[in-house]
Ligand binder design. Structure first.
Ligand code: ZN
Length: 210
């Protein structure tokens, strides 16, 4: 797939932000989106709603992470950089505080190496294994290190009592994966307490990443 031009990427980030906001997947100024450029990154600015992003005011960072133009970037930029540094093929990263994923991140009895079970084939293909990153308070750079440790092997991680961070080869891929994660978290909560017929190990092994 050809990489989008910077202008198209700016529009695509704003379009995605508005779509996530309108569907209740983000609220207030929570959540952030980034995309890789030839010479750095585009990042959503700090203290701004994803529902009303301005393409011209997105933060543009150089390869070293320095602000080149636009508004100051999200204070969670370090999460995105940890993902990109460990995943050379990542073209975009989306981080949300989406309700159902956060709810699952608070449950005491989940498997921290893989939080959600294989409920559907699409979840397995788009997200796969989902490790839980231990809780860190806002601004604690120890969180970047904790994400970095997992990011080489996992394009999706769930921050405990906080929310998911998902990388994709493109903006669409990252968005599709984080939306699949959120819907699967919702299904998981709906199904709690029920006897389940999950995909078997063989059925999971037969699926290829989407
Ligand atoms: Zn966050």
């Amino acid at each position: 797939m050809p990489r989008l031009s910077e202008a198209n990427l700016r529009d695509a980030i704003c379009h995605l932000g508005a779509s996530l906001f309108q569907r209740g997947l983000t609220f207030g100024s929570a959540g952030n989106i980034s995309a890789r450029l030839e010479d750095g990154w585009l990042m959503t600015p700090t203290n701004v709603s994803l529902g009303c992003l301005d393409p011209a005011r997105l933060s543009k960072l150089d390869a070293a992470g320095k602000l080149v133009s636009g508004d100051p970037p999200t204070k969670e930029t370090f999460l995105h950089r940890a993902m990109y540094e460990e995943r050379q093929q990542a073209g975009a990263v989306v981080h949300l505080h989406s309700t159902h994923s956060v709810a699952v991140s608070v449950l005491a009895d989940v498997d921290a190496t893989n939080v959600l079970p294989p409920i559907t084939a699409y979840y397995v293909m788009r997200v796969g294994q989902l490790p839980l990153v231990p809780y860190h308070p806002p601004g604690d750079l120890g969180l970047a290190e904790a994400v970095r440790k997992l990011a080489g092997k996992h394009h999706a991680v769930l921050l405990a009592n906080h929310g998911p961070v998902v990388a994709g080869s493109s903006l669409d891929a990252a968005a599709n994966a984080i939306e699949e994660l959120e819907e699967t978290a919702k299904l998981f909560l709906l199904l709690r307490g029920s006897r389940l017929r999950l995909l078997t190990e063989e059925q999971v092994a037969a699926l290829k990443p989407a």
